[in-house]
Design a binder for this molecule. Structure first.
Ligand SMILES: [Mg+2]
Length: 154
């Protein structure tokens, strides 16, 4: 485990934070392989190798898992059914704006809740004690200004 994660786990445990044993995991690109693009949010791909086993192991170990998706809430039940089918885990679709999540069921949500850590294929780690914004922005694989140009925004 990284030094950063150990420090964070220790801090949350000492504070008795409800998020100390919760992981928030991005669905697309981390659990679900969108091997043919977005397709209006359809859930159609296979699991990312290793994802199902890790979800099952974490739940068996008493962790709470929130799976986040940018999909509209109307499609969250599709994500839940996919998780139940592929992982055999019970799910619950977020109907409230949970600040924290606990329990053996996997929460499907598009709300950011408290967690020990977030696992996301598009994330860049921000550390105010290690370079802050300049380091985080330098880790982008492209310049934000270039993206605006590519996207055609004025
Ligand atoms: Mg993703």
């Amino acid at each position: 485990m990284s030094t950063w994660l150990l420090e964070r786990a220790r801090t949350l445990a000492l504070a008795n934070s409800p998020s100390r044993k919760t992981l928030v995991i991005d669905y697309d690109g981390v659990i679900h392989d969108q091997n043919d693009g977005w397709r209006d949010g359809a859930v159609y791909g296979p699991p990312i190798p290793g994802a199902i086993e890790e979800l099952q192991n974490r739940i068996a170990g008493g962790w709470s898992i929130a799976v986040v998706t940018a999909r509209h809430h109307d499609l969250h039940h599709d994500v839940a059914r996919w998780l139940e089918k592929h992982a055999g885990l019970e799910t619950v679709v977020c109907e409230k704006r949970h600040a924290y999540w606990h329990g053996p069921k996997v929460l499907v949500t598009n709300v950011k809740c408290g967690a020990l850590a977030y696992i996301d294929d598009n994330a860049i780690h921000f550390n105010p004690r290690n370079g802050g914004w300049s380091t985080a922005l330098a880790a982008l694989p492209y310049s934000p200004d270039d993206v605006l140009t590519i996207g055609g925004r004025e």
